[in-house]
Design a protein around this ligand. Structure first.
Ligand code: FAD
Ligand code: UDP
Length: 366
């Protein structure tokens, strides 16, 4: 009946479905959630687009990917500039001259570099092998202690010594007074929300929601020649090499009618260890909203367990070794295409997922 059964109506599944349909293929997209969009889903609450599964800011250096996503929405000129709240002290992020000045009183890049060098040398780190060493070698011990250690250990539920160094390299370190969280050329928030993008991608495609692939696997697989799978790869292979670790989140959303501006910024990170949440999002600020009320969401990290959403892969050596075994099995299944954050067990941002989906499309239809 179908050329492709696409498991997951997130960004990967939706880009693939759109491109395959454009090429005359018949696709059925299923998702176990009650809505499309996966983790980029936005929902209108009191006239504000609420990022239901955490703040999503689109950014890319790749003009092709920027042009691609702009077919489906117009983007505003939002630039992400989160602030960190450490026990009531406010610091600019990412780590830049504003941060260094507030922390040390330094006013020139030279002074800031000297301060960081002193701390790196005192910590005796030459070849960083984990997140803690990488962080100290980039920004020194003061910033590590106040802005990184507590946040990281809450977010990942593990010591920063047990986490891979690449995670902290997501954040720029700059010796200019520039609070832009990303280095990419293109950045913004889609006017109208992310869900509208996915709905446009899926126009004319059959979609069935509230369907768990694993509950009716045989019947579903019989519907199509090929499967595109964007769920958890370890679950797909019945956990035969062991369970991969993920981090989950709990979101607590509140509509506030007593104020129109709760925190003065879209994203405020709480970097101490004691506050149980990592960040508070105030959604209206992503779109410069002028509403008389506001909506905020607190983000509480928790360890993933069956029944929770697996938001983040935990790419330490042990999990990567398990993933490699699943990947080897996946390579032997030519009728199943694995893609997206969960099926490739990669800490992908949206632009990377689009890039990967388009590469899969090219390979499939070349
Ligand atoms: P998903 O969005 O996870 O979609 C997979 C879909 O498959 C889900 O809808 C799921 O319900 C469905 N599914 C899974 N298993 C089954 C099954 N058995 N049966 C049926 N359906 C199933 N990226 C950025 O670029 N900028 C950001 O600012 C940003 N912020 C983020 C903040 C948070 C808190 C998180 C978690 C991610 C963030 N990302 C950000 C990353 C972004 O969300 C992902 O790159 C992107 O959404 C991944 O798309 P995907 O299709 O791979 O996966
Ligand atoms: N991080 C931190 N302090 C911050 C922000 C980030 O220590 O105030 C670290 C933390 O380990 C986090 C990583 O940097 O997991 C990547 O941050 P990013 O903002 O990219 O995380 P995401 O938005 O993907 O959750």
């Amino acid at each position: 009946m179908y050329d492709y059964l696409i498991v997951g109506a997130g960004l990967f599944g939706s880009v693939f479905a759109h491109e395959a349909s454009k090429r005359g293929k018949n696709c059925l997209v299923i998702d176990q959630r009650e809505h499309v969009g996966g983790n980029i889903y936005t929902e209108e609450i009191e006239d504000i687009h609420v990022h239901k599964y955490g703040a999503h800011i689109f950014h890319t250096n790749n003009k092709h990917i920027w042009d691609y996503i702009n077919q489906f929405a117009e983007f505003n000129r939002y630039t992400n500039a989160p602030v960190a709240n450490y026990k009531g002290e406010i610091y600019n992020l990412p780590f830049n001259m504003n941060t260094f000045n507030k922390l040390w009183g330094v006013t020139t890049p030279e002074q800031a570099k000297q301060k960081i060098d002193q701390q790196r040398i005192a910590a005796k780190i030459e070849n960083p092998t984990n997140l803690e060493e990488q962080a100290i070698s980039l920004v020194g011990t003061d910033i590590y202690e106040k802005l990184i250690k507590g946040y990281t250990e809450k977010q990942w539920g593990r010591s920063a010594k047990q986490l891979p160094a690449f995670i902290i390299k997501r954040l720029p370190v700059r010796f200019t007074y520039d609070n832009n969280y990303f280095n990419d050329r293109y950045q913004g928030i889609p006017i109208g929300g992310y869900t509208a993008i996915i709905e446009k991608m899926l126009t004319g495609v059959d979609v069935k929601l509230n369907v768990d692939f694993f509950k009716e696997r045989d019947q579903l697989e019989a519907l199509a020649d090929k499967v595109v799978f964007t769920g958890m790869i370890d679950q797909y292979f019945d956990y035969q090499f062991g369970v991969l670790d993920y981090r989950s989140l709990q979101f607590e959303t509140q509509v506030l009618s007593t104020t129109d501006n709760f925190q003065g910024n879209a994203v405020v990170n709480y970097t101490d260890r004691e506050t149980p949440y990592t960040r508070i999002i105030e959604h209206k600020h992503f779109e410069f909203g002028k509403q008389k009320h506001t909506v905020i969401t607190r983000e509480y990290p928790v360890e993933w367990a069956d029944g929770l959403e697996p938001y983040y892969p935990i790419n330490n050596d042990q999990n990567n070794a398990i993933y490699k075994q699943y990947k080897a099995l996946a390579n032997k299944k030519p009728t199943v295409l694995f893609g997206g954050r969960l099926a490739t067990y990669k800490y992908y941002d949206m632009h990377q997922v689009i890039g990967e989906a388009l590469a899969t499309v090219n390979k499939e239809f070349e």
